[in-house]
Design a protein around this ligand. Structure first.
Ligand code: AMP
Length: 395
């Protein structure tokens, strides 16, 4: 089965065509600057990459360029559109309505629309992607895979905030959590590696990238996660502040004589390791600056490690133990120094790092020594493959 995986942003569209039997990527690519001018980068496996500047006034036009590229005599990888058997859409917010992936129907679209209030930047873009694909491939079955769904198993004590209960009831203000597809994919793989797929188990997944979150997974289910009502909460990130005293928002708005919206913009786009270091949101730049003696870059890295280790500690408490920990995403898979810095806080778990194994980047590997009381692994995430698997499973 060939599954077309679509991840739509407000002005972008990422795609992969995956053969579900071999789980190989047949082609992948990206449309950028949709609604502005338009650029398609198409990467067919085994053929040369194509970059095209083409007018993309809307997502439907972007999807039609992608489908043309996939079926083109030179750049194509399939003969015609009948070779696309299903489409899997990444949807950011499923609210409390979706605890798992679903086949897309008109009712599902209406329910995703209702969740748009909770993710005003993302869900409308995801919906545009659905309607663009439906217009061009009306007969092809489609599945929605939600970033929030995996975390719907959290218990009330983990997802409720300490605010009047009526705001949860009326406005659905609660912790939702994000990166669910990645946490689900990596935790499943980790459980299979440690041979605890169908047993009682306690694992922690650290998805550390430009956006970062950590999840406690007990018996295969998310029981707590560091992102909250929005992806701003929890860990310090590339440009996002992570958790902070909400009183800072009012205080800073007063000092800067600006609006709450302006402060939220600062917390989302100008904070995190970028804001602390004044150097970069990219951990490679921070490592370099820190090695060169930049103290603020060093502080940003120490803060990131400390906050990550604090969440791991609180999830060990939540599960009353931990069998194994996995690092994933850009930093988790590649940043040797950050993995070491986080593990240095975890001596109380009997963790000892295997320095040689930890020097490997981007591969699945156990990075704790054989006698380490808690096993630590690097497991590369693959959200597109996870979406393709979910799509096939449902159809
Ligand atoms: P992501 O959002 O998952 O793509 O992760 C982006 C982050 O991963 C950036 O901060 C990068 O600096 C970091 N990263 C990616 N590759 C490497 C690498 N080879 N070494 C260190 N950090 C890396």
């Amino acid at each position: 089965m060939n599954v077309f995986v679509v991840n739509c942003g407000s002005s972008s569209l990422k795609y992969q065509l995956i053969d579900s039997e071999t789980e190989k990527v047949i082609a992948k690519g990206l449309c950028e600057r949709i609604g502005i001018d338009g650029r398609l980068t198409h990467k067919p496996t085994g053929k040369a990459d194509v970059v095209k500047e083409v007018p993309m006034p809307d997502h439907q036009r972007a999807v039609s360029y992608v489908l043309e590229a996939l079926t083109d005599a030179d750049t194509g990888v399939i003969k015609d559109l009948s070779a696309i058997d299903a489409v899997g859409h990444r949807i950011v917010h499923g609210g409390e309505k979706f605890a798992s992936s679903v086949i897309i129907t008109n009712e599902v679209i209406a329910a995703i629309e209702e969740c748009s209030d909770l993710a005003p930047l993302h869900n409308p873009a995801n919906l545009i992607g659905i309607s663009a694909c439906r217009a061009l491939m009306p007969e092809v079955p489609m599945v929605a895979v939600f970033d929030t769904a995996f975390h719907q198993t959290m218990p009330k004590e983990a997802y409720l905030y300490g605010i009047p209960y009526e705001y949860y009831e009326k406005y659905k203000i609660r912790k939702y959590g994000f990166h669910g597809t990645s946490h689900s994919f990596v935790s499943k793989r980790l459980l299979s590696i440690i041979g605890k797929e169908n047993q009682e188990s306690k694992v922690i997944v650290c998805h550390l990238g430009n956006g970062s979150s950590i999840t406690a997974v007990k018996d295969g289910k998310s029981i707590d996660t560091s992102m909250g009502f929005t992806p701003l909460d929890g860990l310090i990130m590339g440009t996002r502040s992570g958790s902070l005293d909400p009183a800072v928002v009012q205080y800073l708005a007063g000092k800067l004589t600006c609006s709450v919206d302006d402060v939220m913009d600062i917390l989302n786009k100008k904070s995190g390791v970028q804001g602390i270091s004044g150097v970069s949101s990219d951990f490679r730049d921070l490592d370099e600056a820190s090695a060169g003696g930049n103290k603020r870059a060093a502080t940003a890295l120490e803060m990131f490690a400390y906050r990550a280790a604090s969440y791991i500690g609180s999830y060990v408490m939540a599960m009353n133990g931990v069998d194994a920990i996995a690092f994933t995403a850009g930093i988790g898979e590649n940043n040797i120094n950050m993995r070491r810095a986080i593990c240095n806080h975890l001596g109380y778990l009997g963790i000892t790092l295997d320095e040689e194994a930890n020097s490997v980047r981007g591969e699945e590997i156990r990075i704790s020594t054989a006698d380490s009381a808690t096993a630590v692994y690097v497991i590369p995430t693959n959200e597109e493959l996870a979406i393709a698997r979910e799509t096939v499973a449902l159809l």
